[in-house]
Design a protein around this ligand. Structure first.
Ligand code: HEM
Length: 504
């Protein structure tokens, strides 16, 4: 088989390391060891914008590949590009048998669900959700005030906030994270559930009946139970919320799902599946972490919480580059006269704040790996080249983000490159090469909500506190391994209330 893969396979012309071209086990092992980011970055540097990283998998690092793989479909037949489907092994099934927006296998089925769910993320919905989100950010600030002066894991504080917001929006009930300073057991249980999905996906790559036998051997009852428990908890909460019907004053997800549920709408089973996935997608997305990396299932090594991970990366980069921190703090504290003025709208006008967030998504992509798609019947065009039918393809986020072909000084945290116009030395940066939320028909539906929430959290924290990095978190990012998500450790900081320092 290895000889066929290297010398006869339809992808034999594509460059890549010999062992990767010969067997998919090479890349799988590299991922399981947490070395994927450094490895793939080096391969793209050596071979260029497309690397054959498995016999049947092409990894891209070029900006145009984002549009060709994930963008909206353009052109017809053999020249069509965009909206490639997910490979079957990357789609998981729900215990109740009903699909959700991330895992719905057909294009038609996805379009139907996406249309029904668009309303809950509209500008009007976001404006209606703002008071609820502000309430949770008030609680975050109060919690940080109470703990100022002592070392704390700011990533955990962010995660408590984003999960409480999502719990309130999806189930009409938060997880109590900001009351206890801890993540709810259901949230940590998602880890077991995601690990089960990961194993299911890996094992689905072996032919039947090997996949079934291996699944029985490798996936223990505890993991299968974790998946069932996670799903049952979510559906119980969703059912409780469903019984209360439409309550538009809250602008929560269920109200929108029910209000726009016409005859072609979602069945109760689909509503249940989607309520659960909205928290996992908003908090965790559809990524997962391999089996070799979990001696204990604690917060420290549980999978990353996306919004929280994104914010942690930004804070860390700013602490390592004080000139950026000082500039942003100065802008936030001089733009507003009082904390009440800090709103979704007023923050969306601060260009430098958006630039800091975009640069954070580039240097520490919340989903650092690739989202697999598959070339369709007759093959697909990617980077103006025909890719044979059935080939799995993706843009590897960190390979694209750190490529010197896309960005000048790719390892530096430079928000200025996102300004319009940017400084002359960054004018040729290929900004489209970074897509923290992906793009196209399956791009993040919660992007505007996530951006508004992140702006608000960042601004309110910087308005209220000066932040110092604790010694044990020096090199926090550099020491992390990457699986399909970052193997994130606590980001320990000390906060000092601003009033203690400033003369005003
Ligand atoms: C910083 C925070 C976030 C990041 C970085 C992020 C990133 C992403 C990415 C990369 C995808 C594409 C996944 C794929 O192709 O398989 C995605 C999809 C999705 N995201 Fe987010 N996301 C974030 C927050 C949220 C929030 C707050 C929600 C809503 C509660 C949300 C809901 C979804 C959903 C439902 C999808 C699937 C969309 C579809 O298939 O049509 N995300 N997200």
């Amino acid at each position: 088989r290895a000889i066929y893969n290297v010398y006869l396979h339809p992808l034999r012309e594509y460059p890549g390391p010999l062992l990767c071209r010969a067997t998919f086990l090479t890349w799988m092992l590299i991922q399981c060891r947490g070395e994927s980011t450094n490895f793939i970055h080096a391969q793209h540097k050596r071979y260029g914008p497309v690397v054959r990283i498995e016999p049947n998998l092409l990894s891209y690092s070029d900006g145009q590949a984002w549009r060709d793989i994930y963008g909206h479909k353009t052109g017809a037949n053999s020249t069509a590009v965009g909206n490639l489907p997910k490979p079957p092994y990357a789609v998981r099934t729900n215990p109740n048998g009903f699909s959700d927006i991330i895992n719905v296998p057909t294009e038609h089925g996805h379009r139907r669900m996406r249309k029904l769910m668009t309303h809950m993320f509209s500008a009007a919905a976001l404006a209606g959700q703002e008071p609820l989100i502000r309430g949770y950010v008030d609680k975050l600030v109060a919690m940080l005030q109470a703990r100022s002066g002592e070392p704390l894991d700011i990533g955990l504080c962010f995660a408590c906030t984003t999960f409480d917001v999502l719990g309130a929006l999806a189930f009409g009930k938060d997880f109590g994270g900001l009351d206890t300073g801890e993540l709810h057991p259901w949230v940590t249980n998602i880890f077991g559930s995601i690990k089960q999905s990961y194993l299911q996906r890996i094992l689905n790559r072996f032919p039947w009946p090997l996949n079934r036998i291996a699944y029985r051997i490798v996936v223990d009852n505890e993991l299968s139970q974790a998946r069932k428990d996670e799903f049952n908890f979510a559906t119980d909460r969703a059912r409780e919320r469903l019984e209360r019907g439409i309550t538009m004053e809250k602008h929560d997800f269920m109200s929108y799902m029910l209000k726009y549920n016409d005859v072609k709408g979602m069945s109760e089973g689909e509503i249940m599946s989607n309520s659960s996935i909205l928290i996992i997608a908003g908090g965790e997305t559809s990524t997962y972490k391999p089996l070799l990396s979990h001696p204990g299932e604690t917060w420290e090594n549980s999978p990353c919480k996306l919004g929280a991970v994104y914010l942690s990366g930004i804070i860390y980069h700013m602490l390592c580059k004080p000139s950026v921190m000082e500039k942003l703090v100065d802008i936030i504290r001089s733009t507003f006269k009082s904390e009440d003025e800090i709103t979704f709208n007023s923050l969306s006008e601060i260009e430098y704040l958006s630039a800091v967030i975009q640069e954070g998504g580039r240097t520490y992509a919340p989903v650092p790996s690739g989202l697999p798609r598959v070339a369709t019947r007759g093959g697909s065009m990617i980077l103006n080249k025909h890719v044979p039918e059935g080939t799995v393809v993706y843009v590897h986020a960190m390979a694209a983000n750190l490529s010197p072909a896309n960005f000048v000084d790719p390892h530096d945290f430079v928000p200025e490159r996102w300004l319009k116009p940017p400084p002359a030395e960054y004018a040729d940066d290929n900004l489209h090469a970074t897509q923290a939320f992906s793009l196209g028909p399956r791009g993040c539906i919660g992007r505007n909500l996530a951006m508004a929430e992140m702006r608000l959290i960042l601004a309110r924290v910087l308005w209220n506190f000066d932040i110092q990095l604790c010694a044990e978190s020096k090199g926090w990012k550099e020491s992390q391994k990457t699986y399909n998500v970052w193997d994130k450790t606590p980001l320990m900081v000390t906060l000092t209330p601003r009033a203690l320092h400033s003369s005003d």
